[in-house]
Design a binder for this molecule. Sequence first.
Ligand code: NAD
Ligand code: MG
Length: 329
Amino acid sequence: MQMYSESDVDISCLTDRQVTVLGYGSQGRAHALNLKDSGFDVVVGLRPSGASWAVAEADGLTVQEPNEAVRGAAIVMFLTPDMVQKSLYLSVVDNIDNGALLLFAHGFAIHYGQVEPRADLDVALIAPKGPGGLVRRQYEEGHGVPCLVAIHQDATGNALKTALAYSAGIGGARAGVIETTFAEETETDLFGEQAVLCGGATELVVAGFETLVEAGYQPEVAYYEVMHELKLIVDLLHEGGLRKMHKFISDTAAWGDMISGPRVVDDASRAAMKAILTDIQDGTFARNWIAENENGMPEFKRMMQADLDHPIEKVGADLRGRMDWLAED
Ligand code: NAD
Ligand code: MG
């Protein structure tokens, strides 16, 4: 494994050079503000009609339309939703300087051939391993969120050096930057969010809730048990791995964990994980997701509404409203 830290980075290659961030959502806001605080010359590229324009300006940033914002930039970072990156690239490509670095925070558009970059451009990935809010907060507190770096195209011979300078600008080099490939980042990221983090975890919670409620237990008690307390366990895992969790839970909980966990995540679940990974690797998932976007996202909207209409959401909102120490944006 190759890991870079701050001492491996020379940010002087970006002195007096413009860094353009396209998009001002979760990642875009964090990157743009961190880069600005690191002394970089930052321009944010946004659609004039979009709601983020006023937010970025209020944050003290220079905001321009995308095809203006990319002019003269040494780096153009794509922090819009993955599905708009293709059309956005095509709309700005003619204004991007020769030899500039195209950066991505997720490899989807490049790995699945949505964006086919001009041959004179460097193309790299700086992917923070955390949501934008955390990228900003850790930076402000003097830390950083670790990043992945990958190089897709090195036209100038400086792609890695420039990408690492950017990672230092957002604070990532403080925590370490691990070298990967676009294929590895894209496929593991999609697998993680589908099988474990978002898909797997929420389905596990909802199935646990339904099992208890169908057996006649109170929904409020079920909610506390399978949704609310999940955070306490995840925090222990995040801070100290399986060891720390085992240290803090009771022996009864640990015994139940080891006896019953494999009954839930059994051979069928593992086979499903392999099938999910195969769909990601052979492009099936990407093809279907791109088609869903082109069709106006009917399935996306239907399934999202079903999630939001689930009884666990009603119970959860009521109970969270009574815990004023829980901040809900
Ligand atoms: P987001 O949905 O929070 O923000 C998208 C931004 O893009 C908004 O400011 C929106 O106004 C703007 N935008 C949309 N269409 C545009 C267009 N045509 N032209 C210009 N701006 C446009 O997105 P996000 O979650 O920050 O994701 C950005 C990238 O970062 C994606 O590639 C994503 O995979 C990656 N990423 C996200 C996270 C995360 O935690 N959210 C983590 C790592 C990587
Ligand atoms: Mg789900």
